[in-house]
Design a protein around this ligand. Structure first.
Ligand code: KIV
Ligand code: ZN
Length: 518
């Protein structure tokens, strides 16, 4: 294989692994598959899609993506435990382009308090795992977790031993978002200068955003010689998130004169991919989010608008169309056919099976009957609702009845149908109509939860806009998020809540499912 030009940066997307660790962002297999398709179409080189040993669900998603997605390297995360490596191989073996991503912490704090290992033991475990992994994988990445807080001379030693053991990519994560651009660049310069064999491997940056510097740190690591950047769409991820893919890519492209680096990303797919992930995870973006936020290309001040009319370059360093923002959002109406729907959904980043398309087409026709104009955002909401729902739910809504007036306490009764065929009804009151319905569902299913967050927004504008409801509930210590959309807000609220209850029911039924800490 020809080696890539020296100014080509590999994009490793970890939206489905590190990004999915965002509180409330966990996705089901179908949602992950949609995201994986979209990321492949965006042109990412490596897709990190999960942590196969962490749960049977993660294993299944990684295996499904490895079987279905072609055109990118599929990567799975793995601890340096000898027994984890063959399990990860099972999940990844059906794709010819597979990568195993091993990690072990190297910093003094992690060595002493988390691992209780000395320096030599960390090296011994890493080398043993890399050698074992190379028996099964040609492509092995090793990450020195909390690498940016590791003594530089020791970091050089670990990296050198990892290369000797056969690692092909070496990643130095800034796990807690602590480093600074200059310090991080210096770390890569030091590795390049002192580590034997460093030119045989790809160096990688992986930055968290705790101090708001993930993108700046990543760029400086690249400037100092790293040629892979690990990033996440919309910058989601644990705590303050990871470096945002769209920001890194557009910074490299817009200031090519300064960085001198190229990526293989089709930048006009950035905005649709960002929207897709936001609608699937329910993590909405700040209006002023760089590159993909609603205001990123809006010019409010008169003086700016005047400048823009004279020459767009006065206040615009990128064109909206470069990142795929189109001016028209109106798409379909009630006479539109299945083919036009499929085509538009593909443009929005959704690759649906025939069966899924049939279901969405039926939803679309119902909606188009009620609503004159169906916008992109309506379609995104419809499809996200479909693919988010638990596949074979334990409980389905048969009916609900509500009474509410200025004089009386709101009261609701619901009838649910269990998968076993049994119907259950329950009634309850609440401070508001939605609460009354939620109490009744809790009684009928016997699953008691605490409502952490409840949000309603209009998907588009106008009196017939769809209501988009997101509920976040707490069961034990675990948070579940679910969403639904309908012209009727109470209906959307009920279905979203029931979907969250069904996620809990699925987990309660799945007694074999044990998550390891990650
Ligand atoms: O932030 C981190 O250190 C990680 C590793 C597992 C690579 O995500
Ligand atoms: Zn990370």
């Amino acid at each position: 294989m020809n080696s890539p030009p020296s100014n080509r940066v590999l994009i490793m997307d970890t939206t489905l692994r590190d990004g999915e660790q965002s509180p409330g962002a966990s996705m089901n297999k179908e949602q992950k598959l949609q995201v994986a398709h979209a990321l492949r179409d965006l042109g990412v080189d490596i897709l990190e899609v999960g942590f196969p040993v962490s749960s049977p669900g993660d294993f299944d998603s990684v295996q499904t993506i490895a079987r279905k997605i072609e055109g990118a390297t599929i990567c799975g995360l793995c601890r340096c435990h000898p027994k984890d490596i063959p399990i990860s191989y099972e999940a990844l073996k059906d794709t010819p382009r597979r990568r195993l991503h091993l990690f072990l912490a190297t910093s003094p704090l992690h060595r002493e308090f988390k691992l209780q290992m000395d320096k030599a033991e960390v090296i011994r475990r890493s080398v043993e795992a890399i050698e074992r992994a190379r028996e099964l994988f040609d492509d092995v990445q090793f990450s020195t977790e909390d690498g940016s807080r590791t003594e530089l001379d020791y970091l050089c030693e670990v990296v050198e031993k990892a290369i000797e053991a056969g690692a092909t990519t070496l990643n130095i994560p800034d796990t807690v978002g602590y480093t600074t651009p200059e310090e991080y660049a210096n770390c890569f310069r030091c590795l390049k200068e002192h580590v034997r064999g460093i030119d045989k491997v790809v160096l990688s940056v992986h930055c968290h955003n705790d101090l708001g510097m993930a993108v700046a740190n990543s760029l400086m690591g690249l400037k100092a010689g790293a040629r892979q950047v690990e990033c996440v769409i919309n910058g989601i991820g644990e705590r303050a998130g990871n470096a945002a893919l769209e920001e890194v890519v557009m910074a490299l492209r817009t200031r090519r004169d300064f960085w001198g680096l190229e990526t293989g990303i089709k930048t006009e797919r950035l905005y649709p991919t960002s929207r897709l992930i936001s609608s699937i995870t329910g993590l909405t973006l700040a209006r002023n989010k760089a590159i993909v936020g609603q205001n990123a290309f809006a010019h409010e001040a008169g003086i700016h608008q005047h400048g823009m009319l004279c020459h767009s370059g006065t206040y615009e360093i990128m064109r909206p169309e470069d990142v795929g923002i189109s001016k028209t959002h109106l798409v379909l109406g009630k006479h539109s056919g299945r083919h036009s729907l499929r085509q538009r959904l593909l443009e929005l980043g959704f690759s649906l099976s025939d069966e899924q398309l049939d279901a969405v087409f039926a939803d679309f026709k119902l909606l188009a009957d009620k609503k004159k104009e169906v916008f992109d955002a309506d379609l995104e909401a419809l499809v996200s609702g479909r693919i988010a729902a638990v596949m074979t739910p334990a409980w389905e809504l048969e009916s609900y009845h509500l009474t509410s007036s200025t004089q009386d306490t709101p009261a609701a009764s619901v009838t649910l149908k269990h998968r076993s065929g049994l119907s259950k009804s329950a009634s309850a009151t609440g401070e508001g109509s939605v609460e009354a319905v939620y109490q009744a569902i809790g009684k009928a299913t016997g699953i008691s939860v605490r409502l952490k967050d409840y949000q309603v927004s209009a998907v588009t504008v106008g009196e017939d806009a769809l209501g988009y409801v997101t509920v976040e509930i707490l069961h034990g210590t675990q948070t579940y998020v679910a969403r639904s959309v309908s012209i009727d807000v109470i209906e959307a609220s009920t279905i979203a809540f029931l979907d969250a209850i069904n996620r809990i029911a699925a987990l309660l039924e799945d007694v074999g499912e044990k998550k390891v800490e990650r």
